[in-house]
Design a protein around this ligand. Structure first.
Ligand code: PGA
Length: 255
């Protein structure tokens, strides 16, 4: 299969709706030729309602950072997939490590969310990744396997699912996993998917890397065979760095 190139920016809890709109307007004005690269902006919820107009006239896609698994109900402070769908999102990030570790999300909740997102005809970006302690204890493979098995429990069709491998110790720390570690982890994720589904399905599934991706390391990471793109936090908040990463990916896709 041709290598996929996906660059998703996870803004986390940064940028007001006004700032987000301005950012995307300026980004759109660059008239970047992204060609085969799929570029996804994932702003905080309020900013989603403010930029669909721009996205309709651009090659960019929109994603949310989280959702509840029910479509409505008495869940104070939550937001559902169908509500997000109305803003024009195509993607929803599910199980980000900050959701798992700061807000206590379990694999079971994450599984329900993946399922709800797919039922709503949106595409989940399922995040998995080990902590530093788990890596030191040599548990990385086991952790990834468990998170994938549980996160994808009862999901028969993953053609609309993307996986993001994000080692917790590399997120927002400036410490990127080295190419050997990324290669090993992505290969392992693909093996688990082949085991849970088929080799063909595994090969078709996009596996993104996330954790301190910057313009100066994007190329060497994207060169890795099983890396189909990136989920980017810090570097997605700046127009220049986000643009440069997209161009690195595009350059490699074009050979
Ligand atoms: P980072 O965040 O690029 O700032 O490390 C990645 C993420 O949390 O998705």
């Amino acid at each position: 299969m041709n290598k996929k190139g996906i660059v998703a920016g996870n803004w986390k809890m940064y940028k007001t709706p006004g700032e987000g709109r301005k950012f995307i307007e300026e980004f759109n004005n660059l008239m970047l030729k992204i060609d085969d690269v799929e570029v996804i902006f994932c702003p905080p919820f309020p900013a989603l309602f403010n930029i669909d107009v721009i996205l309709r006239n651009s090659p960019y896609k929109l994603g949310a950072q989280n959702c509840h698994w029910e479509s409505e109900g008495a869940y104070t402070g939550e937001i559902s997939g169908p509500m997000l769908a109305e803003t024009g999102v195509d993607y929803i990030i599910v199980g980000h490590s900050e959701r798992r570790h700061i807000f206590g999300e379990t694999d079971e909740w994450i599984n329900q969310k993946v399922s709800a997102v797919l039922d709503g005809e949106l595409k989940p970006i399922l995040c998995i990744g080990e902590t530093l302690e788990q890596r030191k204890r040599n548990e990385t493979k086991k952790v990834l396997e468990t998170q994938l098995q549980k996160g994808l429990n009862n999901i028969d069709n993953i053609s609309n699912v993307m996986i993001a491998y994000e080692p917790v110790w590399a997120i927002g720390t400036g410490e990127t996993a080295n190419t050997v570690q990324v290669k090993e982890a992505h290969n392992w994720v693909r093996e688990i998917l082949a085991d849970l589904y088929t080799r063909d399905v595994a090969d078709q599934t996009a596996i993104l890397y996330g954790g301190s991706v910057k313009p100066n390391n994007a190329a060497e990471l994207f060169e890795i065979k099983d890396v189909n793109g990136f989920l980017i936090g810090g570097a997605s908040l700046n127009i220049d760095s986000f643009k440069e990463i997209i161009l690195e990916v595009k350059g490699i896709l074009e050979g």
